[in-house]
Design a protein around this ligand. Structure first.
Ligand code: NAP
Ligand code: G4F
Length: 340
């Protein structure tokens, strides 16, 4: 049987690792790039590396900012599908390293698209775009028609890539943007808010004396399950023509609601006291302080509300997310993925 060939940048990350597993299950040969790192960064790939599917999975040392390297790998691999998931994906950090963030997220995407074009590779291209593009534009829901008003170096770099993808599409390439709202999993990086809250709550449950320090409790996010969302990356590339699509659960919760849910599930119901940076979350059962505000985690500009309208994806790729926020929290507390 002839295998399809996929190339994934960001394969060591949360989404890249789930996508690689999904494509290997669909009998693809999957190539990915890993950055050289003094520490092992292959944790998310353990499942693949310990399975028989490993022989259809090829890792290359590489970096999205290195066009010579991309050229060399792509000229050998000549994939039919390319998924560009590599990014400096942390919004808060992007305020501290804006130039680096652009080099990776914006110019990295350009280098990849140019390599594909110059090598005349006939492939379909998926770009991991983001709901961060919407910024604070006052719309209750955000869809493909909502104007973009990016407010962080991260979202500005991603808008550059979004526009690039449209430009190459107009040159005749099958290239599309998935406008992904927040999605989480046991593989979520430790410094993103959901994983940070869950890990701290688990440590406290296990008798740690720490207090969880958070920034803005009132920002709202539309959270989904990463293992589920990657399926729709693939589905977007199976369409006859490229479309930019919003991928979102269509429910929004504040960080504070997320905190309440997590601690309650671990039998530590919270009551809140105080206001602003003096606000604290206290365990109702023993009055121990569980949560404090640390202004370090405030952003220069905050994106207040994300609430996605994925009607177009529902129509075109039968987008039908099944995992609710409560289920997602259970999955992350258990640190065990479910079958989708
Ligand atoms: P992630 O866990 O942070 O993974 C990012 C991946 O990019 C990692 O594999 C990382 O490699 C790699 N990477 C970073 N810089 C690179 C470089 N210079 N060259 C090559 N690879 C590089 O992110 P994720 O949550 O899986 O997200 C995947 C993509 O979707 C990202 O583009 C992100 O911006 C976008 N997105 C994510 C969400 C979300 O809620 N998760 C929502 C919207 C959009 P290392 O392992 O070496 O660090
Ligand atoms: O978990 P976060 O860092 O995710 P954020 O900023 O929404 O970005 C994620 O989703 C985007 C899609 O919308 C992706 F494009 C991006 O790559 C990334 O995956 O923060 C979520 C919210 C923010 O409002 C933040 O201010 O949580 C708030 N927050 C409050 N305290 C905190 C903290 N965020 C972090 N990381 N750490 C805190 O202590």
């Amino acid at each position: 049987m002839k295998h399809k060939i996929a190339f994934i940048t960001g394969v060591t990350g949360q989404d890249g690792s789930y996508l690689a597993e999904f494509l290997l299950n669909k009998n693809y040969i999957v190539h990915g790039i890993r950055r050289i790192n003094s520490n092992n960064n292959l944790n998310n790939l353990k499942k693949i590396l310990n399975s028989k599917k490993r022989n259809r999975f090829k890792l290359h040392y590489g970096d999205i900012t290195d066009s010579t390297n991309l050229h060399k790998i792509l000229s050998k691999v000549r994939p039919q599908e390319v998924y560009n998931l590599a990014a400096q994906s942390h919004v808060h950090v992007s305020f501290q390293i804006p130039e680096y963030t652009h080099n990776v997220n914006a110019f990295g995407c350009l280098k990849l698209l140019e390599a594909i074009k110059n090598l005349k590779i006939n492939c379909k291209f998926y770009q991991a775009s983001t709901s961060e593009l919407f910024g604070n534009n006052g719309n209750k829901f955000q869809s493909e028609k909502t104007p973009f008003t990016p407010i962080s170096p991260y979202s500005i770099s991603k808008l550059y890539a979004f526009n690039l993808v449209n430009y190459y599409k107009h040159q005749g390439m099958f290239a599309c943007n998935g406008i992904l709202f927040n999605h989480e999993s046991p593989r979520r990086g430790d410094s993103f808010v959901t994983q940070k809250i869950i890990n701290a709550a688990l440590r406290i449950k296990n008798k740690s004396n720490e207090t969880l320090k958070l920034g803005n409790l009132y920002a709202k996010r539309d959270w989904g399950y990463a293992k589920e969302y990657v399926i729709y990356m693939w589905k977007m590339l199976q369409l006859k023509k490229p479309e930019n699509l919003v991928i979102a659960n269509g429910k929004t919760y504040s960080v504070k609601e997320f905190v309440n849910k997590v601690f309650l599930k671990l039998d530590m119901p919270i009551k809140w006291q105080g206001k602003g940076i003096k606000e604290i979350g206290i365990n109702k059962l023993n009055n121990k302080i569980l949560v404090k505000i640390d202004p370090y985690y405030f952003r220069k500009i905050e994106l207040n509300n994300l609430y996605g309208d994925a009607s177009k994806a529902k129509k075109l790729i039968e987008f039908n997310p099944k995992v609710s926020l409560d289920q997602l929290i259970d999955i992350m507390i258990e640190k065990k993925d479910i079958d989708i």
